[in-house]
Design a protein around this ligand. Structure first.
Ligand code: 0WD
Length: 253
């Protein structure tokens, strides 16, 4: 078992369709001991039964609230000696900023998308580093809208560009502590967040027709690659953006 004896934190499970849930299930299959976060009391009702399925502990964390982040890691301190990996699978933008003209993006919407979807990676990395005494691995989820203009992805594309730059700076900064950090650039998957993007079903249909593998990716596809990135098999890989998109990113026309 690839992750036997490893303890991991997985942030961003909203329901059974979440990419984070794909990562949690697959990590459990490989023997990891897991902790999940839930956003608030409302989400707890959905996350708790999932956590029970995989014998994971759950603690609340809202990355927009400093005290909530601190209290999550207090809970970690009270329950664990060390942490081996952390999966950051969190993003948010206002629905009105994921449709229509990009030039209408509000300053408030821009700052919120960047805070939740990009800055939060730096904040959780800062908190988890002290628990990675013997090194560790951090992963995050991105999308090709970071480097290409994708219809309606708008402000989230800017947030993903910042997130990917964060990955490179954190990898450079944390490498000497033997802490690796990489991003998975997933193809479109029908999740709660994705449904907020105007025309998302067209993106799914287009990918299925055009991607080299002629299908969309699943949360299990992402979870498998995440297992590789948080395991010792990828011990010399850091600062990378790994595409799990059925080959879509290689196409020109
Ligand atoms: O097509 C897709 N679904 C893709 C998603 C393609 C490529 C990348 N991604 C990325 C997303 O941008 C995100 O970074 O994958 C990550 C996970 O997204 P998901 O699995 O598609 O979406 P979802 O199941 O909704 O999980 C995202 C979760 C939130 O869910 P809701 O639906 O409640 O917004 O991120 C969490 C929350 O659990 N989240 C927060 N967690 C802590 N503090 C916060 C917050 N303030 N806001 C959202």
């Amino acid at each position: 078992m690839l992750l036997k004896g490893k303890t991991g934190i997985i942030l961003g499970v909203a329901n059974e369709f979440s990419i984070a849930w794909g990562c949690a299930k697959k990590a459990k299959e490989e023997g990891a001991n897991l902790v999940l976060s839930y956003l608030n009391e409302k989400m707890k009702k959905r996350v708790e039964p999932l956590a029970n399925e995989i014998n994971a502990k759950i603690f609340e964390m809202d990355v927009t609230n400093k005290d909530s982040v601190k209290s999550f890691f207090e809970n970690i301190k009270n329950n664990y000696e060390s942490i081996d990996f952390l999966v950051h699978s969190i993003a948010f933008a206002n629905r009105e900023d994921l449709a229509g003209d990009f030039y209408n993006t509000s300053k408030e919407g821009f700052l919120m998308a960047l805070e939740i979807s990009a800055y939060s990676l730096i904040e959780v990395a800062r908190e988890v580093v002290p628990f990675m005494k013997n090194g560790g691995s951090i992963t995050t989820m991105t999308y090709i809208g970071s480097t290409r203009a994708v219809p309606s992805y708008n402000v989230m594309g800017v947030a993903k560009a910042a997130l990917e730059a964060n990955v490179r700076y954190l990898a450079s900064n944390l490498g000497p502590k033997n802490i690796r950090i990489n991003a998975i650039s997933a193809g479109p998957i029908n999740t709660l967040s994705a449904r907020g993007i105007s025309g998302f079903t067209n993106i799914l249909k287009y990918t299925e027709e055009k991607a080299p593998l002629r299908r969309n990716v699943t949360i299990d596809d992402v979870g498998n690659v995440n297992n590789f990135l948080v395991s010792d098999l990828s011990s010399a890989i850091t600062g990378q953006i790994i595409f799990v998109d059925c080959g879509m990113n290689i196409l020109g026309v």
